[in-house]
Design a protein around this ligand. Structure first.
Ligand code: URA
Length: 230
């Protein structure tokens, strides 16, 4: 790639600004002063502006432990958003892959890779989401059968896809679903004749919430975690 294109892709600088920097001798390639914007560079070369190395922007992937009171949106007039808690370059290009309600806590995936986001959220890809659910009333044995048959939600033409449940104790279950309909878990539990007291997302596909993350904290996904979504 041309040096000037490489730098303007990796930074907020325009090609004109980049050309000026190169002319002023402020850009280096592998510690050698760059002579022209048309010089070809490759990914394994070190490009620096005034001694600071820059990197070509590749897609970015993060997990957050979403706290209650934060909305899964890019903008909101009333409440803080998950993106308000992310301090990254070109923050405005990030999107949330699978929203959570304001009162739901736990695993939130954030990326600027639209295709990857689609794989996480599309019901067709069968990317399982696992939730820890606290129930108002004691769990009943017949939930297993009903969940496997697909719950009929009020106002929806089609039944939910089959879901599975693991009972932790009388009032706590782990529910695994592969869709993300509006308020899906809460509505499923209501249609089973119970209510959700609290909801926390533990896992999406092969990505489990990092127990080291405090509420509101986030970290980049590892290569393995990114590749586990396909
Ligand atoms: N289901 C819900 O009802 N709420 C969430 O936040 C996520 C899944």
């Amino acid at each position: 790639m041309r040096l000037d294109k490489y730098i303007s892709n990796a930074t907020d600088l325009s090609r004109t600004d980049v050309k000026k920097l190169i002319k002023s001798g402020l850009v280096s390639i592998d510690d050698e002063t760059a002579k022209s914007g048309s010089q070809k560079v490759t990914d394994d070369q070190e490009i620096a502006i005034e001694g600071s190395t820059i990197q070509l922007m590749t897609s970015r992937y993060f997990m957050m432990n979403k706290p209650a009171g934060v909305v899964s949106a890019t903008k909101d007039h009333t409440n803080p958003t998950a993106l308000d808690l992310i301090y990254e370059h070109r923050n405005d290009q990030l999107q949330i892959a699978g929203r959570l309600d304001i009162d739901t806590t736990g695993l939130l995936l954030i990326t600027d890779d639209g295709q990857w986001n689609h794989i996480v959220t599309s019901p067709r890809t069968d990317c399982k989401k696992i939730y820890a659910v606290e129930l108002e009333n004691a769990v009943s044995e017949d939930y297993h059968k009903k969940l496997e048959a697909g719950i009929a939600l009020e106002g929806e033409k089609r039944r939910c896809l089959p879901a599975t449940m693991q009972v932790i104790d009388d009032h706590h279950i782990q529910l695994s679903i592969s869709e993300g309909k509006y308020h899906q878990v809460k509505r499923m539990i209501t249609s089973l004749g119970n209510e959700v007291v609290s909801l926390h997302r533990l896992q999406i596909g092969g990505i489990a919430l990092d127990p080291e993350l405090e509420p509101g904290d986030y970290r980049p996904l590892t290569e393995e975690e990114i590749a586990s979504i396909q």
